[in-house]
Design a protein around this ligand. Structure first.
Ligand SMILES: [Zn+2]
Length: 251
């Protein structure tokens, strides 16, 4: 029997003096004499004859995902994915807790298709992807970025309607990923653009522009973020009635 076990057992006896008891308690708390395991890292195993590159290549076809603002059951995500993703090979979706999913693809083409053709909606909310990374913990994960559709209202002058100019207009909103099909094809007063937004920062709700010597203000509308975005402060994650920046007039 090692020292700490003895100490624990002795604590149950009534014959110990107060000082001895205190010393033993300190020993147990410090756990210095407990047997400890050697530090574990998967790199050892991979270096030790494992197919390190093969394993890492396989993980490159994996994604972490979550539905923004709602804890959706994995069956719902699987059913929706089966309808909306036109993939060639097998895709596996597993729940990994705290509303996160682990998605594995057999084919690189399918992996690229799912990333490129989005954003995807489940229950009218964005399915947000994060590329697989070492040490990912769903209990601590924070979603920092999402690709969302943005519309500019009431209307943007036609000369702004190219990808280059729209990227300039939206520079403070986020990085432009792509234009929607119609915006890509035709000059439009009502562009719809997919933008990567930072969910931890205040979102832009208005853009002042000058066109033809006239100043005006364009409103930025974030599709499918109505339940998530507070129009009081521009942050995602609460509604105006829970907004820390709005003081309601109680009178
Ligand atoms: Zn707010």
């Amino acid at each position: 029997m090692d020292e700490s076990s003895k100490a624990k057992r002795s604590l149950n006896g009534l014959s110990l003096k107060a000082t001895e008891k205190q010393k033993l308690e300190e020993k147990v708390i410090n756990k210095k004499e407990w047997k400890r395991a050697r530090r574990v890292s998967l790199d050892e195993q991979r270096d030790d004859g494992g197919d390190k590159q093969g394993e890492l290549n396989a993980l490159e076809l994996c994604l972490h995902a979550t539905v923004l603002g709602e804890n959706v059951p994995v069956e719902v995500v699987k059913a929706k994915a089966a309808i909306m993703w036109k993939v060639e090979k097998k895709v596996d979706i597993q729940s990994i807790g705290n509303g996160f999913f682990f998605i594995t693809f057999e084919s690189k083409d399918d992996y690229n298709l799912v990333l490129d053709k989005g954003p995807w909606l489940v229950n009218e909310r964005y399915l947000v992807f994060m590329k697989w990374k070492l040490g990912f913990n769903p209990l601590k994960a924070c979603i920092e970025e999402a690709n969302v559709w943005v519309r500019l209202l009431p209307h943007l002058p036609l000369e702004f309607s190219t990808k280059k100019h729209l990227s300039h207009v939206l520079r403070d909103v986020g990085e432009v990923v792509k234009l929607d099909e119609n915006t890509e094809k035709y000059p439009t007063l009502f562009p719809r653009v997919c933008v990567t937004i930072n969910l931890t920062k205040q979102l832009v709700l208005e853009i002042p522009i000058t066109a033809g010597g006239r100043d005006s203000t364009i409103n930025v509308m974030y599709e499918n973020l109505d339940d998530e975005l507070c129009i009081g402060c521009g942050y995602v994650g609460h509604k105006p009635y829970n907004c820390p920046d709005i003081i309601l007039d109680e009178g």
